[in-house]
Design a protein around this ligand. Structure first.
Ligand code: NOJ
Length: 745
């Protein structure tokens, strides 16, 4: 297809007034049916029964298409929309591009471990470029749900447990996806999801109801979303679950009062997939008609694939339950975004472009850098790491050691073919002359399958028999026995974290723990590399395995990045964005909890469990390096400040060890008394610095009303109390370097 003519036209950012005028012009010629079409997103793949997309589009019955990943088909459908549909409005093609399109980046939880928002921004810029070259306009990303319960599988898609880190990662990802403005070339429209509270599902069970008081929502769960609005995110996705007994996709408080009225969001809201229709199943809406009415009234502009808006909105307008102005108000921001994105001028995609764009070596380089910066060194007894490059005989053992799927992680784009460098490959590339033997050991697999198993491209494999597993176990042990050093690569398969991937146990699944213990008993030096999408309870390893690297699901270049770190070409500097629990029963677990009347360490309690310490296995913000750092000279510019004013906090950080390295300096506060009880620590600033041996840098943080204020449950409003604060600056959430600050009236 020759699309060049249609695609030409400079990328000029239209003014507000121009956009509004063009939208009104379009609206003036659209029928009610076409307007409802713009509020409708249809599936481009026959995942669900329904009319052919071509027929719906030809009638103007769709504003957007999802679950399609095929450039030719995009152009063919777009041609129908812009040439044959009544008002010729181009379609938005949407897909989940979560951590890369063809070049796969570390999963979002890993990118948050970099504590370097520029890593996430650059990664998502590459993802945007590749996705756009494929013909996609819109990604359902970033996922901004705070997650404090490691049982919840979708913890992998977000930035972890903390609102401050989460907000920084949110804004960075929006900038990465969207660029300077919505029409920027090589960028895509971002979608802040899932609004809101989804990560706090009861029991960590995906989709279960969420009960969060307003203070918790505003102080913890909302900040990443508000940061996305400030960064200019074009769209939001409403979540599935009940929030305080009102489904998020029918929740006026979320979608109107907070999102639009308080934060001034001007873009549009799409429901999660089928969520509007599901309001009936959820026991909220009486029927489809009621569901359509309640979602639209609550503020959901676009129905993702549930077919509820197209079936019911016209009837609701015809009988006067809804006004035409309600429909118009929902349609306007969708058209405005299409205008801003330049879709009317450039509706098509050059079909030869994707191949050139994805082949760029700099994309792989960015992926390798992101993976290097995301990994967290959890243990390094006796300085086992970095390894010597003259090693001659290494065993790389474990079910994930050569798994491209686990290396790339969950949520690949539809139809993606795994192509990652695995850990075995990375180590082999690093030790060309050495003997590097690989044995997977017994397989690991989910006990209950996933929805994704039914996707057309899913690879089905029969489970190993007990005999096969035992033989694989023995081969792995024998392989380890014949080596001088063992790298065990354990953790989770890609389908063990993500959507539909909650679990009750955080232990290493299958026979991995047994394999680890038997291999360690061989008396060889052992390095444990974890590939996983959630914190795991690795208590035994934390005491017995000398070196542990949390590599997460590191993406296309994961194996190279692991080798870069294991052999010391790169000094690890990532830090945990989540507390590591000691067991599944430890969840939910987070550092920013309130004090109790009888805190641990006091006279009464050593732990509030009798079978396990309350403290995390590894604290939030923790991570080691091959060098050492000293953080000293904490200075708060004033002992007292007035409510509403700000103060600078500075500290010096020195690399006291032998090699170049990165430290993430973290600032925590605690308000000692106030209108409400406040968390015993809250992160309020961080900075990742690179220091040469002996070098010192000074970090400066600012504490002002935004950092010192909070939503008071007691008073039902935002407050800044005149109270005393503890301030800590350090290398993790247990930092001990302390200063006082008093806020006065
Ligand atoms: C359901 C998921 O909850 C959401 O995150 C995703 O964007 C949609 N499906 C579309 O694939």
């Amino acid at each position: 297809m020759d699309n060049e003519g249609k695609n030409s036209g400079a990328n000029v950012v239209p003014s507000e007034a121009e956009v509004a005028e063009r939208v009104e012009n379009l609206m003036g010629r659209m029928s009610l049916a076409e307007k409802i079409g713009q509020l409708t997103q249809i599936a481009g793949t026959p995942l669900f029964p329904g009319p052919e997309p071509e027929d719906v589009i030809r009638k103007g019955g769709a504003g957007s298409v999802l679950w399609l990943n095929d450039t030719k088909k995009f152009n063919a459908l777009q041609k129908i929309a812009v040439e044959e549909s009544p008002s010729k409005i181009p379609l938005l093609f949407a897909l989940d591009v979560i951590h890369g399109y063809r070049t796969v980046f570390p999963v979002p939880l890993a990118m948050a471990s970099s504590w370097d928002p520029s890593v996430a921004e650059r990664a998502q810029a590459v993802a945007a470029k590749e996705a756009r070259a494929a013909g996609l306009h819109w990604t359902f990303s970033p996922m901004l749900d705070i997650a404090r319960d490691a049982r919840w599988g979708r913890i992998v898609e977000g930035a972890g447990e903390d609102p401050c880190l989460g907000a920084a990662m949110a804004a960075a990802q929006v900038r990465g996806f969207q660029g300077e403005s919505l029409g920027a070339p090589d960028r895509v429209l971002a979608c802040a999801k899932h609004f809101a509270g989804y990560g706090a599902a009861d029991g960590g069970r995906d989709y279960d109801p969420v009960y969060l008081p307003e203070g918790r929502l505003r102080n913890v769960y909302f900040p990443p979303f508000e940061a996305a609005v400030k960064a200019g995110v074009g769209t939001f996705m409403s979540a599935y679950m009940d929030l305080n007994d009102v489904p998020a996709s029918g929740n006026r408080f979320l979608l109107r009062d907070v999102l639009r009225d308080e934060w001034g969001f001007q873009g549009f809201v799409v429901s999660d997939a089928l969520a509007i229709g599901n309001l009936v199943i959820q026991g909220f809406a009486r029927d489809g008609r009621d569901a359509a009415f309640r979602s639209l009234s609550a503020g959901v502009n676009m129905d993702m694939a549930s077919d509820t808006y197209p079936q019911h909105l016209a009837g609701l307008v015809e009988d006067g339950t809804l006004q035409m102005s309600d429909i118009d108000a929902a349609v306007r921001p969708i058209l405005a975004i299409k205008v801003r994105m330049g879709l009317f001028e450039r509706p098509y995609t050059d079909e030869s472009r994707l191949a050139q764009v994805v082949a760029r070596p700099e994309h792989r380089q960015e992926a390798r850098l992101a993976a290097q910066r995301s990994m967290v060194l959890l243990r390094n007894e006796g300085r086992l790491l970095p390894l010597h490059k003259d090693l001659k005989n290494v065993a790389v053992i474990g079910p994930l050691a050569d798994s491209m799927e686990a290396t790339e992680g969950s949520w690949m784009v539809f139809g993606h073919t795994p192509a990652a460098i695995t850990v075995v490959e990375g180590i082999r590339a690093r030790l060309p002359g050495a003997r590097v033997e690989y044995a997977p050991g017994p397989e690991i697999r989910r006990e209950i399958g996933s929805f994704f198993d039914d996707m057309p491209w899913a690879v089905k494999k029969d489970p190993q028999t007990a005999e096969q597993a035992e033989a694989a176990f023995q081969t792995a042990v024998a392989t380890a026995r014949s080596a001088d050093l063992v790298v065990l690569v354990l953790g989770e398969n890609a389908d063990m974290a993500g959507e539909f991937a909650s679990c009750t146990s955080l232990d290493l699944s299958g026979r991995q723990e047994e394999l680890l213990e038997v291999v360690l008993a061989l008396g060889k030096p052992v390095v444990l590399v974890l590939l996983n999408g959630r914190p795991l309870s690795i208590g035994w390893a934390a005491e017995n395995v000398p070196a542990i690297l949390e590599a997460w699901e590191p993406g296309s270049e994961g194996g190279h990045a692991v080798a870069d770190i294991l052999f010391g070409d790169v000094n690890p500097g990532g830090k945990l964005p989540v507390s590591f629990p000691r067991s599944g029963g430890h969840a939910p677990l987070y550092y920013a909890r309130n004090l109790t009347h009888s805190p641990e360490g006091g006279r009464m309690y050593r732990s509030r469990y009798w079978d396990c310490p309350t403290t995390p296995l590894y604290p939030f913000g923790f991570g080691l390096s091959y060098t050492t750092f000293a953080i000293t000279n904490l200075q708060v510019a004033a002992l007292q400040i007035k409510v509403g004013s700000s103060v600078a906090v500075t500290a010096d950080v020195t690399n006291t060890g032998p090699v170049l390295g990165d430290e993430v300096v973290q600032l925590y506060i605690h308000q000692k008394a106030g209108s409400d009880s406040r968390p015993l620590r809250e992160l309020k600033g961080f900075e990742r610095l690179t220091l040469k041996p002996g070098e010192t840098k000074t970090v400066t943080f600012n504490l002002g009303p935004a950092e010192l204020g909070y939503w008071s449950t007691n008073l039902g409003k935002w407050v800044q109390d005149a109270e005393a604060f503890d301030i800590w600056v350090g290398a993790d959430s247990l930092a001990t370097l302390h200063a006082d600050l008093e806020v006065i009236r």
